[in-house]
Design a protein around this ligand. Structure first.
Ligand code: ADP
Ligand code: MG
Length: 256
């Protein structure tokens, strides 16, 4: 049996009085492509932000690649709060693509992609540039390397965002509604790139999306989030054609 590469074990997350994740149990296997769907405010982004260690948790455990994320094992095997070094090492396993692209506006496209590999991985500038150009080619932007983000369309900026995440060679790629900020005619080009990545056997993908048709096409499994819990999950076929929960049915009726 394979160990899950992502594991949430009874995770609790609160913001003040609001319990956003309520003892969430959630697992993703290596190489699996999982889509998360669900109403606004159900905790979908919070799950990704926890994985990126952008927010802390209030209870339970999160493991990535077999190691606890917010804790580390001391010499006697007991768990203690994670050190900065541990968090840094864990973060490197994941890449994230944001709804709002989050490119560095004052850097060229190429520099946006080489910055982290040079600074964080210590890659030489030349090697980082070479790899960045390969990635730009992969996302169909080989001729845009010297442009600045504001000179690109939203769809092109998001494809740079994807190339930038890939440049760190993550095992796990997280997408938080990567096409929600795009004009409708630009959605397809971004989904095409994500769809291409979904064919990579080794890459684990966790995708929060409202693009139901796309989720259905590329996912091994779809999870319906509701009030900080997984209300229902299954293969795309199961979830989209024959949901068992009334809440899932209501949601799908409203969005499809
Ligand atoms: P989703 O991505 O499913 O729309 P989120 O995970 O972003 O939902 O948010 C879940 C709930 O947590 C929402 O009610 C949101 O307002 C609240 N929330 C998220 N982040 C914060 C924060 N930093 N401070 C306070 N409340 C937050
Ligand atoms: Mg969200």
């Amino acid at each position: 049996m394979t160990e899950p590469i992502i594991k949430f074990d009874k995770v609790i997350k609160r913001f003040g009085d609001l319990t956003v994740l309520n003892e969430l149990d959630f697992e993703v296997n290596p190489g699996e492509k999982v889509s998360i769907i669900g109403p606004s405010g159900s905790g979908k982004s919070t799950v990704l932000r926890i994985l990126m260690t952008l927010v802390n948790i209030d209870g339970g455990m999160v493991s990535v690649d077999g190691e606890p994320l917010w804790h580390e094992k001391g010499q006697d095997g007991s768990l203690k709060p994670a050190s900065e070094a541990h968090l840094r090492a864990m973060r490197m396993k994941l890449g994230m693509v944001f709804q709002s692209f989050n490119l560095f506006p004052h850097m060229t496209v190429l520099r946006n992609i080489t910055e982290a590999p040079v600074r964080v991985l210590g890659l030489g500038k030349k090697e980082a540039s070479m790899r960045a150009r390969e990635l730009l080619d992969l996302v169909g932007l080989a001729d845009q390397a010297d442009k600045y983000p504001h000179q690109l369309s939203g769809g092109q900026q998001q494809r740079v965002g994807i190339a930038r995440a890939l440049a760190m060679r993550p095992k796990i790629l997280l997408f938080d509604e990567p096409t929600s900020a795009l004009d409708p005619e630009l959605v397809g080009e971004v989904l095409n790139v994500i769809g291409g990545l979904a064919e990579e056997h080794d890459l684990t993908m966790l995708l929060v999306t409202h693009e139901m048709r796309f989720a259905r096409e590329i996912s091994d499994r779809v999870c319906f989030f509701d009030q900080g819990q997984i209300r229902e999950e299954g293969t795309p076929e199961e979830l989209f054609t024959d949901p068992t929960e009334e809440r899932t049915r209501e949601f799908l009726k409203a969005v499809i």
